[in-house]
Design a protein around this ligand. Sequence first.
Ligand SMILES: O=C(O)c1ccccc1NCC(=O)[C@H](O)[C@H](O)COP(=O)(O)O
Length: 263
Amino acid sequence: MPAVLEEICAAKRAHVAQSKTKLSIQDLEEGIKQASAPRGFFSALEKKKTSKDYGLICEIKKASPSKGLIRPDFNPVAHAKDYEAAGAACLSILTDKPYFQGDDQFLIDARRTVSLPCLRKDFMIDPYQIYESRALGADCILLILAALDKSLATELESVALELGMDVLIEVHDAEEMKRALTMKSPLLGVNNRNLKTMEVSTQNTLDLAPMAGSDRLCVGESGLATHQDLIDCEKANVSTFLIGETFMRQDNIIQAVHTMVGK
Ligand SMILES: O=C(O)c1ccccc1NCC(=O)[C@H](O)[C@H](O)COP(=O)(O)O
């Protein structure tokens, strides 16, 4: 596992242990009963694909380990509104605090403001977090296969699906893609960021997406900066993308999304 992921997951295990002392899974199940029903994350993206539109998962991201602070005037509610107005299919909201300056409250506030399906973007290593995600209102969770063995990935996926959420399975190499194809979720993210070097290359999407076959929906993730990047990925039949930093660095987010899709 890349060192940065190792470090983030170790911190996450300590954080989850702490959370469990405050709220039990039974408490979270009570919270889930009060939560609004899941919005179809996968189906929103599938709809865009069917209508031959780009399916954008627009990310609310204040900072990152590779870039530090990205958005000084960070305002998750305003960013959520802008993304919806710009035509995003879905939102991704980082909730990890120590490495991304995220917050669970950002997910709650953003989701309440818009009608888009929302991904809780965090580092899932324990079933507890899957219950917590649904109680927070998440419609989809992320599973990073580089951080999970087969049995834990399968367990987390099955809890999420039972709770009615979609699952975005993230892969970075061919071995992870093969593992992803043994899982149930049809939503596969190809991460263009090499977490060992932090370099990004859309070539990764071009190399791995063809392995996925026509039953899965591939998402190109990370380092997408220009409309040409999207056009390049279309060579591998990928028209669904997760984009954070490029949008978050622009004062006018609506304009940035329009420019990205070539409007
Ligand atoms: O962004 C990072 O530096 C990072 C470091 C370590 C683990 C994960 C990381 N990013 C999480 C993401 O998946 C991205 O936020 C997402 O793919 C959007 O990427 P970008 O468009 O490049 O902001």
